[in-house]
Design a binder for this molecule. Sequence first.
Ligand SMILES: Nc1nc2c(c(=O)[nH]1)N[C@H]1C(S)=C(S)[C@@H](COP(=O)(O)OP(=O)(O)OC[C@H]3O[C@@H](n4cnc5c(=O)[nH]c(N)nc54)[C@H](O)[C@@H]3O)O[C@H]1N2
Ligand SMILES: Nc1nc2c(c(=O)[nH]1)N[C@H]1C(S)=C(S)[C@@H](COP(=O)(O)OP(=O)(O)OC[C@H]3O[C@@H](n4cnc5c(=O)[nH]c(N)nc54)[C@H](O)[C@@H]3O)O[C@H]1N2
Ligand code: SF4
Ligand SMILES: [Mo]
Length: 859
Amino acid sequence: MGAVRTTCAYCGVGCGIVAEVSGGGDRGVSIAGDRSHPANAGKLCSKGTHLGETVGLEGRLLHPVIDGRQVGWDEALDSVAARMRQTIAEHGPDSVALYVSGQLLTEDYYAANKLMKGYVGSGNIDTNSRLCMASAVAAHNRAFGEDVVPCSYEDLDEADLIVLVGSNTAWCHPVVWQRIEESRQRRGTKIVVVDPRRTETAEQADLHIPVAPDGDVALFNALLAEMRRRDLVDEEYLAAHVEADAGFWDALPCETGIPDALFAQLCDLVAATPRTITLFSQGANQSVSGTDKGNAIINFHLATGRINRARAGPFSITGQPNAMGGREVGGLANMLACHLGFGEDELADVAGFWNAPNICTRPGLKAVEMFRAVHDGRIRFLWVMATNPAVSLPDSGFVREALSRCPTVVVSEIIADTDTARFAHIKLPAHGWGEKDGTVTNSERRISRQRALFAAPGETRADWQIIAQVAQRMGWGDGFGWASAADVFREYAQMTALAAARGKLLDLTAWGAVTDAEYAAMEPFQWGGTYPLAAGYPTASGKARMVRVEPATIAADPVYPFRLNTARYRDQWHTMTRTGLSRTLSQHRPEPLLEIHPQDALAAALTDGGLARVESTHGSAVFRVSLSEGQRRGELCVPMHWTDTMAGGGRSNRVPSQAVDPVSGQPGFKNSAARVVPVNPEWRAFVVATDVLEPEGLVYWARSRQGAGWLYELAGDGAIDVDALLPAGERFEVVDLVRGMRRIAVRGQGGELVGAAYVTRSGELPPRAWIAAQLGSDEAMAAELLAGRPSTPLPDRGPIVCVCHGVGENDITAAAESGASTVAQVGECTRAGTNCGSCRPAIARLLDSFSTPLMEAAQ
Ligand SMILES: Nc1nc2c(c(=O)[nH]1)N[C@H]1C(S)=C(S)[C@@H](COP(=O)(O)OP(=O)(O)OC[C@H]3O[C@@H](n4cnc5c(=O)[nH]c(N)nc54)[C@H](O)[C@@H]3O)O[C@H]1N2
Ligand SMILES: Nc1nc2c(c(=O)[nH]1)N[C@H]1C(S)=C(S)[C@@H](COP(=O)(O)OP(=O)(O)OC[C@H]3O[C@@H](n4cnc5c(=O)[nH]c(N)nc54)[C@H](O)[C@@H]3O)O[C@H]1N2
Ligand code: SF4
Ligand SMILES: [Mo]
């Protein structure tokens, strides 16, 4: 098939990929960065680099399913349409809802929005972007009159100061991070990180501001007040282009919330560097004051005139590959379509364009409210596409109760068994990455093509096609007669004329007549240009607005005294349905960790490597404890990734409440009241097995991809029944009653290792890596397996840092001891960090930790 140019499946950086399919139908593919793509110029991070490990058919949903029974497409589509029709007839259009995702292509999104808002006749379509970008969208709308990102990636190449607010860029937007680091090397760009945690990003910054949770509004207000005091407000720009809310300046308080010396350092840096980009993501958005945070940042840029010009501006960076595309077509419940709202004439225009029989009349329910309506029976038909709300919404116990009560749950998925799919009455198999064909828009408004690499497996279909086929069965065939993704894209591009006619900047009309061949060959292009707002703001007055914002106050809770933060891991994507399949990516953080300051851990009787339960009034989850000096006192941090299918523990969204930002409806995932208690199981164990197991009745378990199968970490009380988890075969066993230890290895018919278990009540368990690597191999001797190590010992690499080359912490320590003092030198000695580069911040951090004591000794 030759090389195909496409776009990465994961984050909103939107990296171009050149994929070469090996042929032979085994879905083998080699992945490389596309040097000609403006977003990444050939770079890829660890997740993009290892995409090939996640495109196999393992776990795929390949056929439609009704109530657990495989059915044909006709039956499935008829059933979806019949249930939808009946629900509308009995309970009205608002009893139907679609919950969609920034992982849909623009064409899918457009089809879903048209179906709901134009044909079903309800605004009840919302997206997981509600959990992600909604606050930034609301802040843009308040300040600029339209949801427009006023910056571009090339700004990062030439900025003098980049302030990262609530963004662990090195892990979550690694290729943007590499670009920022290059600017630093090339031109001395300064980097500030505002984050309560000392992340790997913060460690590499020139200045880290460990802001209190939700302290951002106070900080940015104080910063602006100080700039004003220093006479750095751009009065000319303000007079010409900006309106300020009444009392705006008087309301700027000067309480910074951080130490004076640190604040002074920040102010000096900001004062000295007009070319300032403030890049913000979830530490800003996912907050009950998320919209205000966005506006506090934008206010600073407007007031200092650091916007729409030479390398300055507020840059909200998107999370998902097509979060931006969804915002454009109108996938949020409070937007109609194409950046239009619900005004009477807008509704009329849209109804006319769509020839819509049932145009909706008002905004629909936002995600958290939507699930509340499912819970209380107002919504009775819910269709979930490309998102896993049973895991990713806050207060997930409530969400699951809602799903279990809903008379009809339809799930369009690529994976058969997800936490959400377990609640589905009807499962529809969708094309996944490598099969999908259409467009996505990245953080800088650049539209790129995703292209198919493989023949669609099983009976999978494109998401837009599934939507259209349901619409046809509802009797709306005329509006959904597209023959291809190109057809959908043309219609959408034409529709943006409605926005353009109202002075909106979203204007894709030039693409309205694109031919199939042109669509197939489409090169990445950016709408709005580098500075879309430079020619004026799309507001009634033509001026931007500085919104008066005040810091939120968070009352302390004596019963739940900790503030719980939730974040992402470098090598996992969301609910792990894809990255969890990759053995390479699973090495970085195989278990869900609770990060806590050592002194807090001491006070709570938690030990490093032990277990702890995080609790709130809503629910609780068990995590592996990891002591971290990078945590502030009184704060906890857990990952968002683990699910019931991957673990019996670690599902963090059991804990947060349903509290949302009043403007955007975005949940405050980063700051929940919680408490933490130690969990001391009577026994601990691990099992390696080729099968997917779901152990029951344990205190904790978690699986991760290792070798030719899975590694299960287990802990429990009472009797130990690991035998139940092991496959049949020739068994070898040792028991050490004194140390309360038991080891079992099971060999299959060909003498290969098919499973092994190591259990202890009080002792140490052997290292996992070598044992897991023996799965499927017939070379390890029973004695070695029972000893838990090979007779000729292997070097102990320590925790793996570079997943591309399998280089561990101990290898890097050894390189440092033999004289390597820079990341590049470590790379020369060990190859670590020389492929995708995602681990370079971790290597730098290790090198720093070696050099600090020496420097202190020298002082
Ligand atoms: N590896 C990886 N990359 C991803 C994803 C993934 O799942 N894995 N998901 C993608 C998606 S959809 C998204 S939205 C992005 C998210 O990208 P990021 O926003 O970078 O990711 P998070 O780790 O959720 O949160 C960022 C930081 O916000 C900090 N924070 C918490 N509270 C506050 C606060 O009150 N103020 C400030 N200033 N900071 C705070 C947290 O400590 C955390 O370090 O990542 C995208 N990229
Ligand atoms: N506590 C906490 N919770 C959070 C966050 C946080 O920081 N903290 N972050 C929030 C944010 S920013 C986000 S974006 C969400 C993400 O949360 P989700 O969207 O729930 O997470 P994903 O795992 O990406 O879910 C995508 C689902 O779609 C399936 N899928 C993949 N590709 C396709 C496709 O092409 N078609 C179809 N039909 N299905 C497909 C996948 O198998 C998977 O089940 O989580 C939110 N939840
Ligand atoms: S930074 Fe990584 S995950 Fe994001 S688009 Fe690029 S390669 Fe994919
Ligand atoms: Mo996101």
